[in-house]
Design a binder for this molecule. Structure first.
Ligand SMILES: [Mg+2]
Length: 246
């Protein structure tokens, strides 16, 4: 049995654009009195801090992100309330904008069909809340593209713990391919569990890692690397190298 495990954000969907857009929409609708750059710093720092605390995305974690960010925005001079109803309105604006701009990355469909040709099962593996991810997948036209969906909300763990994350899709006799833009934890952990790995790493990521001296360490540790989904698709079908991925 061959099973492909595919990441959603920044692998198939353009999460970065979606997220930046939604963050900035909250500022433009709800937060007069502070500069956009100030809001961006507050929001990004809060999000990073909550993640560093080890919180997986959940409905409660999203609300907490806005509760803390709005409080700091007020302290920084935003002319806005900070009560719970206002926090919920900010959150609603955020999700409405994210839904409105959900977009596939160029080449994502090619990548999916290359994987579909060679793997019997495709499991979409994503850190996020199940309802939100289902809605976004549908918005991007991918509702029928997967055999199964696993989310961190369903499993209570991240992809550093693949067997628990996969639940019934973790089979001792299966050959796995993990595809993701996140080396850590998605692919580093996949290697630990004997999976093949395909790393979608942008030029910006590669440049950052090169500056840290990590490219020579990480690239040999993955089976395939591509800058764009289409490049990975070509590797999987063997178009680029003449060497098929499996
Ligand atoms: Mg990702």
């Amino acid at each position: 049995m061959r099973i492909a495990l595919i990441d959603l954000d920044d692998t198939l969907l353009d999460y970065r654009t979606e997220e930046d857009n939604a963050r900035d929409a909250v500022w433009s609708v709800h937060l007069p009195g502070i500069e956009l750059a100030v809001w961006q710093r507050i929001y990004d720092r809060t999000k990073r801090r909550l993640r560093a605390d080890g919180r997986l995305p959940s409905t409660a974690a999203y609300t907490e992100r806005f509760r803390l960010s709005v409080r700091q925005a007020r302290a920084a001079g935003a002319d806005c309330p900070a009560d719970e109803a206002f926090v919920r309105r900010c959150e609603a604006t955020y999700w409405a904008r994210r839904d409105a701009v959900t977009t596939l990355l160029p080449g994502a469909e090619e990548l999916l069909s290359a994987v579909r040709d060679q793997y019997q099962e495709i499991v979409l593996c994503t850190v996020g809340t199940t309802d939100n991810q289902r809605r976004r997948i549908a918005a991007a036209g991918l509702a029928d593209s997967f055999d199964a969906l696993r989310t961190s909300e369903m499993t209570g763990v991240g992809k550093d713990q693949w067997p628990l994350f996969l639940g019934p899709h973790w089979r001792g006799d299966a050959h796995y391919l993990a595809v993701s833009d996140s080396y850590n934890p998605d692919l580093s952990s996949a290697k630990r569990f004997g999976m093949r790995t395909a790393w979608l790493r942008s030029e910006a990521t590669r440049t950052r890692l090169a500056a840290e001296g990590l490219v020579d360490v990480l690239e040999p540790a993955t089976d395939f690397e591509g800058e764009h989904p289409a490049e990975l698709a070509a590797l999987i079908t063997g178009d680029r190298t003449g060497q098929r991925l499996i």
